[in-house]
Unconditional design. Sequence first.
Lengths: 506, 366
Amino acid sequence: MGFFKQNHRGIIQHYKQLQNSNISGTKVFPSFGENVNFIIEFFNNSHDLMTYPFMFKQKECMVLYLETLVDQDKLEQKFFIPLSQRENNIEKRKSFTLEHFPNSINFSEITSKMLQGFAIVIMDGEKHVLLIDTGLSNDRGTEEPNNEKVVRGSHLGFVENIAINLNLIRTRIKNQNLFIEYQTIGEITNTKIAIVHLKGIANEDVLKNVQNRIKNISSDMIFGPGYFEEFIEDSTVSPFPQMLSTERPDRVIANLIEGRIALFVDGSPTVLIVPINFFSFYQSPDDYNSRAYIGTFIQVIRLLSFIIAVSLPGLYIAVIGFHFEVLPEELVLTVKGAVEKVPYPPLIEAIIMELTIELIREAGIRLPSAIGTTIGIVGGLVIGDAIVKAGLVSNTMIIVVATTAISSYVVPSNEMSAAVRLLRFPIMIAAATFGFVGIAFSFMALFIHLCQLESFGSPYLAPIAPFRFKDIKDSIVRLPLWKLNNRPLDHQPKKVNQQSSSRKWK
Amino acid sequence: MNTKEKKITQFQLFFLIFLTQIGIGVISLPYEVFKDSESDAWISVIIAGFFVQINIVLIWLLYRRFPSLTIFEMMSEVVGKHIAFIFKIAYILFFSSVAILLILLFGRMTHIWIIPRTPNWIILLIMISLCVFCVKENLTVMARYYFVVSFSVIFFLILITSFVKGINILNILPVGQTGFPSIIKGTAQSLLSFLGYEMLLVIFPYSLGKSVGKLKVALLANGIVTIIYAYITFVCLTYLGPYVMKLIPEPILFILKFRSFQIIERTDLLFLSVWIATFGTSIMMYLYLTSNGLANMFTKTNRSTLLFCTATLLYILVLFIPTNDNVINLISNYIKFASYFFIFGLPCILLFVSILRGKKGSPETV
């Protein structure tokens, strides 16, 4: 084993040399040729590294850039056209200089800029290298995200480019206190992430905690928020998501103003929001665009859907398997009649049906819509009359499973929906083993876990546990907006008041 | 006091006391009291609640002299290390025996009423593991959980209130017919159901706020428990009448069993399943108290390790105790007398000794 370990360490060291080439402290060399060679060597003679030598003020100069990262039009506009004009037109000769471009003397900065799409100009006899921003970006439009549609309100969505995403936020919060901090993680991919918060509202301790956890990440690549999430979340064994992911700028803005922190990852339209509580997953921007009664009604229905989705199949199994006497007389005959023809215990029946639904979902989700419809029709046959007539599953079970499936998709957040769908399997098994006691035990375990869970230091089940009556009006029910003068306190914002009486005119 | 422990608010303290007191006792309380004071049982319950209030004030007076110490820590200050050591062990044994009694009662209850054919050992194993799962973190987590569970009490009260229309007031008239001695006898019987407030001996220093506020919270919690108990006893007495009460050890479940709600029959099953969470909170608190005491004795070991050991030990013990009525009655009788000593007697003695010797703890730091 010792040999392997040593060998392994050796490989890592070798790799690190290859990776960094230890250029962090290297300054620009005095000689022109040395500089050019260094850059070419650094990029391993990659075929997309373009060089263009020219003379400027009788000095030898060279432009270097990575063809695959650079927008040719931008480079023409910014550099080549002014340069050629200078050569042709004597009047303008004095006006064009290269001084206005930013410059650098450090090779690590120069090369990292080149990797971001900059072109560089190396000049003979100069101690610095000029940097010209010519980054190429090809982005899709900021359309509404498919999985977070709203009826009323903004239809904007984030895109893959972090700069555009941050622009969407900055243009909507026109305030000097909006603070953006960049960090680069991923040792090979060098992914840029941004930690965004509002100074004076977000809690500094929480922010420090976030920064510290992100600094600790040591990974070769960061390809998406899900990947990144697992490095910084509090409990990795919990089935519950501890960060809210959204693709909607309005949602991010509302959360920032509430005093939470948003994490942007370059290359992904999904933004993570921390710290978050359980009830935030059950909210949608739509609630605040509709009237308060309707908003409250829908929110309560969503929370009810959590209980139904988690417990209904378990409850049914327990009643059929253990406590038939719970059913009122009129129901006993129908249920008993339906169940008696099924050859296996209710647990097997339920698991077959639940798995079928999961299969249909999984099959439909990645297929083009034309085939997706077919899956829907075929699936409808399986979860429907045919399977009952075949005597494989009872009628009542179909109803239970269908209700559960609908309830589990009510959650506006995809992660929470997945957690809920997963949770009902252990509860089904507990119900099949211990009846009602099993369900009681499962719910005890569930709630103990929820009480223990924290998201970046703020309790997950707030405002229920720890209880804060004032916060219920914005989490479980939705009171009229003029009632919500104070922020919720579960994530300890520094500024509590968010508005004062806006209906003074009355 | 263990400074690592995060302090709980007074609001949370309320629910800790409330749910530790309310638990398995509720179910047989009306019957137990009825045995002695018959149709005046509800008066006995109120008197018992009143006694408990006095006892809480006593515990608070003791706490006020040592505002930052638990009972385990203050004993060595008051009576010296050696005697304190014996008392500490006694307290730990007392708390763990209450835990054993609660676990036994829980096992018997589920066995008789919900799942008669499932072996008891597995139910108890799951229950104890869940309790350990909750208690292993800290008081804050427990307090949060207790709040969630308190909704089951509301559910219970709604169920009880639903059969108020069937009561017959004549069943308890004339008031005071059994005479004072038997009412007091019934009071002694009902004290067992009030057990749980003795956790204040340990929990007081872990809560935030002024000491007067804490006393108010404790009195309020016990007051509400008293009202609920008296209400339940009253409803059971008037609903069933003295002739039926004699025969039924678990009157609440009995009433629920035969009451139909149109969409659901056998409400007792549903109620007991919800009530399991409330049983759990009482067991959790005694496990916490035991582990807290042990952590005070073995300062080098982690509290969660000690908790795990205690729970395992208790589980093994419970497996060897036969769950028949004789054994349970024996244990509950023993605990009844032990509780007079540990909850009333010993704090009294400690208070007097500390006054006589002029011992006082460092002033409260909030």
